[in-house]
Design a protein around this ligand. Sequence first.
Ligand code: NAP
Length: 543
Amino acid sequence: MATEKHAPSSTSGNDYDAIIVGAGFAGMYMLHRLRKQGLHVRVYEAGDGVGGTWYWNRYPGARCDVESLEYQYGFSDDLQRGWTWTERYAAQPEILRYQNYVADKLDLKKDIRFNTRVTSADYDTPSGLWQIETDKGDRAQARFFIMATGCLSAARVPDIAGLEDFKGKWYHTGSWPHDGVDFTGRRVAVIGTGSSGIQSIPIIAEQADHVTVFQRTANFTLPAGNRPLSEEEIAARRTTLLEDRKHARTTAGGIIAFEYNEALSGEMMPEDVQREMETRWTGGGFAFLGSYGDMMATTEANDIAADFARAKMKARVKEPEIADTLMPNDHPVGTKRLCLDTGYLETFNEPHVDLVNVRELPIERIAEKGVLAGGKEYEADAIVFATGFDAMTGAILAVDITGRDGLRLRDKWEAGPRTYLGLGSAGFPNLFFITGPGSPSVLSNMIVSIEQHVDWITDCISRLTSGNIGTIEATPEAEDEWVAHVNEVAAETLYPQANSWYMGANVPGKPRLFMPYPGGVGVYGEKLDEVAAADYEGFRLGA
Ligand code: NAP
């Protein structure tokens, strides 16, 4: 749908080669690479520091679910040698310190405008420039416009009536106060039991007088197995990190901590399947999902793992009725992000922690003194919304992006995101998404996928610049084929069976379709290489 375009603005010196939105892992590395090419680059960042998701998600217990030795940049030996992780799974403050270490070491901050949100971006066809505006009134223009806004950065407070009546304080895990929250002596209601709820509830329960957890969907969770890292394992990884990262890019999930067992469940002896699951479960982390090859392919195969997981989970909860409520039974294991926890289920053995099953007792409204559900008021001094994000598209569409001929991205994506390779969208020349919808992104180690995209975009921009080529833009045909391909691959898996944020199902009215590319980082990387080698096949290069 065409809409009126803004008049080209005077940018009074704010002319750049590239403008990047977001200073998380993606924006920081993109800035570094483009600057190295001699480009004049500006990053806009809404927060007052670098970090992206790790800047905002400061809730108690926030911790990465990819092992820290793999959840770091892999492009610089110097960087990795100058940093020492302390735990198997790094906590949010440590990751944020690491990001600041990188930003300082590479001197990135001088090119980042903090506390500034990009509100609109318009492609001006005659000049071939993207013209952006910010909430601080900045106007700037650049040939390349790069969205490094992250997949889980538009925090979502559900539309529950009465929040304005609540006399206590309320928080969202995804935009937590920077000076922390002390729940000592308070009664806390927590709504949501995804990864953020599952990580924060045990810590909140350590402090609070009383905690009421409102659960809509029980999730599969397994003990993370977090522990301090030994000097030996840190030293060993230092010598191999860069090589390991090359290997990680050939794997399905961008992780080398474990391998997927390719044998199908039916090809293994049942006791071998059980042994494999036991070893992987006990070891902690996502390895469990790789116990056998068809776990995500058929319901029958998935049921084996789901039953195993439920039995393990049940054994952690004393009260049978509470244990039953905590058992996930409406989606195959792995079709929602598996949660890694530290003491989550045991928290419900505590006398001051209550569980409310929102499926049976729906939340009716927030009242002055707490949460009203199933006709009962649960009094609380604070409410924590661990209710997730408008994932993958929320932060992109929060910027009003208008491409060629007045085409608005919000209109184009009304029925769901449409991209070629998750990198670009037809009608939007020289606009790149880092880990956009249609790429492996959230199904992988994000930093591996970020580096894969940033390297590809850097090479592409270098090719354009050196070849005197003005624009690159996905063709509608290539985009249609890619969107169809992503859907086909997803349809071969069990993923679409869950009402997950991967499907957009957590946001009322959001189109339901599987957004990330489930074909794996390695396979996807081969496709990226082929496209680049064929002079950006599927993209149109313009004068
Ligand atoms: P989430 O997985 O979307 O979970 C949100 C929770 O809130 C769900 O239990 C959801 O129930 C519930 N909810 C939403 N609206 C509700 C309503 N109106 N009433 C009652 N319940 C409601 O969000 P998240 O926990 O923030 O995690 C999002 C993703 O971020 C994760 O899957 C993961 O990829 C990433 N993350 C990673 C880590 C880590 O690295 N360890 C930590 C946190 C987050 P339904 O399921 O029924 O919708």
